[in-house]
Structures are given as structure tokens and as C-alpha cells.
Design a protein. Structure first.
Length: 185
């Protein structure tokens, strides 16, 4: 069960989930491929040299195998980093959790969200990733980078804010009279 599912309050539902884009794994993928190529070459060299001393051949074989394993570890670390980040919009709040061993969570009530800034570089527009910055009441600013589908995330937050009833929004904003006086502007 995910962190977000564990922290839902009664009556709250997750309406949208996203996570880090696969682009965050490019460095890990590149590192793994380099290690695999080096390890594969070392193994090939060790096995193709019949005149190599047995001791040297064994060192080359173990070195090649170690590089292959290190490549796999680098790839697993990248995958773990990507999957340890959860982002969701619920019917009441926006929740972001990062980290596995040490955890950082940001939870912002929908009625406290003033602005969501979306930034997509050219490549991000093509591949579907970007950064969002949520600005809450009082100027609280939280940025999240390289998330998948940032425009969808922003649109879902805006839709959930619009679904707040005027009385509920006013009550959540600090009791601005629950008679529909809250500004949905």
C-alpha cells in the first residue's frame, strides 16, 4: 500500500496520481550501459585470450562480472529513486512524498493553493515532463521537477478546487462565512 493510500482521511479519494518522468533515469541508464560495455569487453577479452596467464584471466573475468553487477545496481538505484516519489491530487489536498529511507512529504489543502506554475522545457513538451511550483496562501512555495504530465496535474488540481462547494471552500479558507461568499476567481 502506498504512502498516499495510507494517509487518506475518511471520505477522501485519490483522483489523480503521477510520478517522476522516466527522464530522471537517463543518467542511471547511461552509467549502466557504460559499465555493461566495459564489463562485457573485459569478459570477452579474458575469454578470447588463450595465451593469457590463468591468474590474469581470472582477474579480468571477475572484474568484468563485477562491472556487469555494478551496472545493474546503478539501474536499480535509479528505478528505486523514481518509484520512491509519489504525487497525487485527492478530493481535499495535494500530496507529494519523496524518499524511501528518509522521507519528505508535502501536503497542501486544495483551498490553500493559490497558484500552480508549470514550466516545460522544449524537450519536456515533446516527452511529457516538466516542473511545477505550487504557491500556497501566505507565499509558501514548493517546487517539483521532472514530473510526468505536469499540465494534467495542474488541471486536476484546478478541477478539484472548482468542485469545492462554496461553503466548504469558505470554511476551509478560515471561516469566510459558509454562505457562499468565498471567491472562486
Amino acid at each position: 500500500m502506498s504512502y498516499i493510500d495510507k494517509t487518506l482521511v475518511p471520505g477522501e479519494k485519490v483522483v489523480y496520481r503521477t510520478r517522476l518522468h522516466w527522464i530522471v533515469m537517463l543518467g542511471h541508464m547511461f552509467g549502466a550501459v557504460v559499465l555493461w560495455v566495459l564489463g562485457g569487453y573485459l569478459l570477452y577479452y579474458a575469454l578470447s585470450q588463450a595465451k593469457m596467464a590463468a591468474n590474469s584471466q581470472r582477474i579480468a573475468e571477475y572484474g568484468g562480472a563485477a562491472l556487469l553487477v555494478c551496472g545493474l545496481i546503478v539501474l536499480l538505484v535509479g528505478s528505486l529513486r523514481r518509484n520512491a516519489t509519489e504525487m497525487a491530487v485527492t478530493t481535499r489536498r495535494v500530496v507529494v512524498k519523496t524518499g524511501l529511507a528518509s522521507r519528505r512529504t508535502i501536503e497542501m489543502l486544495l483551498n490553500k493553493v493559490e497558484t500552480i506554475e508549470v514550466s516545460e522545457p522544449g524537450m519536456g513538451r515533446l516527452l511529457g515532463y516538466g516542473s511545477i511550483t505550487m504557491i500556497g496562501t501566505g507565499g509558501t512555495s514548493e517546487g517539483f521537477h521532472k514530473i510526468a504530465h505536469p499540465l494534467e496535474f495542474r488541471n486536476e488540481v484546478q478541477q478539484q478546487i472548482e468542485k469545492l462547494s462554496p461553503g466548504e471552500e469558505g470554511a476551509l479558507r478560515g471561516g469566510e462565512g459558509g454562505q457562499g461568499t468565498a471567491n472562486k476567481g
